[in-house]
Design a binder for this molecule. Sequence first.
Ligand SMILES: *Cc1c(COP(=O)(O)O)cnc(C)c1O
Length: 357
Amino acid sequence: MAKLHIFNAGPCLLPQVAIDNAIEALRDFKGTGVSLISISHRTKGWEETMDECRALWKELLNIPDTHEVVFLGGGASMEFLYVAMNYLEKKAGYLDTGVWAHKALKEAQGLGEAVAVACSKDRNYCYIPKGYEIPTDLDYFHITTNNTIYGTEIRTDIDCPVPLIADMSSDILTRKVDVSKYALIYGGAQKNAGPAGVAFAIIRKDSLGKVSRYIPTMLDYRVHIDKQSMFNTPPVFPIFVMNETLKWLKSVGGIEAIQVQDEKKAEILYAEIDRNTMFRGTADKADRSIMNVCFVMAEGYEDKQDEFMEFAKSRDIVGIKGHRSVGGFRASIYNACTLEDVQALVDCMQEFEKKNA
Ligand SMILES: *Cc1c(COP(=O)(O)O)cnc(C)c1O
C-alpha cells in the first residue's frame, strides 16, 4: 500500500515508532512473556512505565513542582465536569470560542453559575474575542487554547486575575507553555499526546480544596494526585502508547524542536491557501491555529469541493474533510505529521489549480 498522508483531526496520526513499540508490547510487555493488556497494573514494570510517562510530561513541558500530572479515563469531555466539580463555588467565567468551549461551559452551568465572558459565535467562531475584561470575582476563567473544529488558537499564555484553566486537548506539546500561569491544564490525549482512552491534567496542587460541595471520589483531582493515577485500574494501553509518543517527542528534540517544525508546516500550508485562487482560509488570519488548518473553496469554485476531495484521495491524502459545522476542508497537522505530508497537500492544491483555474 502507498504511504498515506493522514490529516485526521483526532484520533490522529501518531509516530510510527510508538505504534511499532505498542505492537511489540501487545505481544510481550518488557520481556515478561505477558501481553501489555494482560499484565497486572501493580507489577513493577508497569509502575515504571507510569513513572516514566509522568516524568516525561514534566520534563518536556518544564512543569514546576507546584503542579502534578495525572492520567484519567473519560476524555476531555469528562474533564469539563471535573473542572466544575473541583473549582466552581460561586461563579465561573468561560471564553466561548467553539463547540468544545461551549460544552465545557454548559457542563459547569449544570453545577452552578457559569457565564460566557466573551463569545465569537456571531461569526461562526472564526476568531478569538479580544478586548474583553475578566471579572475579578470569578472562581476561575476557562479557555480553550485551540479550537479544533474552527482552526483558531490562543498561542500565548494570557494574563489572568483569577485562576486560569485551559483545555489544551489539541495544542498541548506544540509550544512552550508557562505552566505556572495556570491552575489547571487538561485535555484528551488523542490529538497530540497519544491514542484515545486517556486524558491528562496538569494541576497546581494548591488550587484544589477550595470548594464546599461533595466531590464524588472518581471526580476528585486530589484522589488521583494522591494515588498517582492508580486509584482504579488505569487505561494501560493508551498510557503505554502516550509514553512512547512522549519518548519520540523527546528524541526529536522536545518542544523547542517540534514548535519550529509545527510553525513551519502551518506557514507553508497557509501560504498556499492564501496564494491559491481556488481556496480561502476560514479563520481570521491573526487567530489561525498551527494545528488545524481550515479552508474552503474560494468564491466561484464552490461546486468543485467534492472533486477536490476525490483528487486529494487519488494523491493518497486522507482525513481532510472539514467538520460539518464549518464545511470545506480541515487539515490537522499535529506533531507526528511531517513536512513531506504537508508538502504533498500543497502540491495537490497546486495541481488542482492548474487543472481547473
Ligand atoms: C477533541 C476535543 C475535546 C473532546 O475530547 P474527548 O476526549 O473526546 O472528550 C475537547 N476539547 C477540545 C479542544 C478537543 O479538541
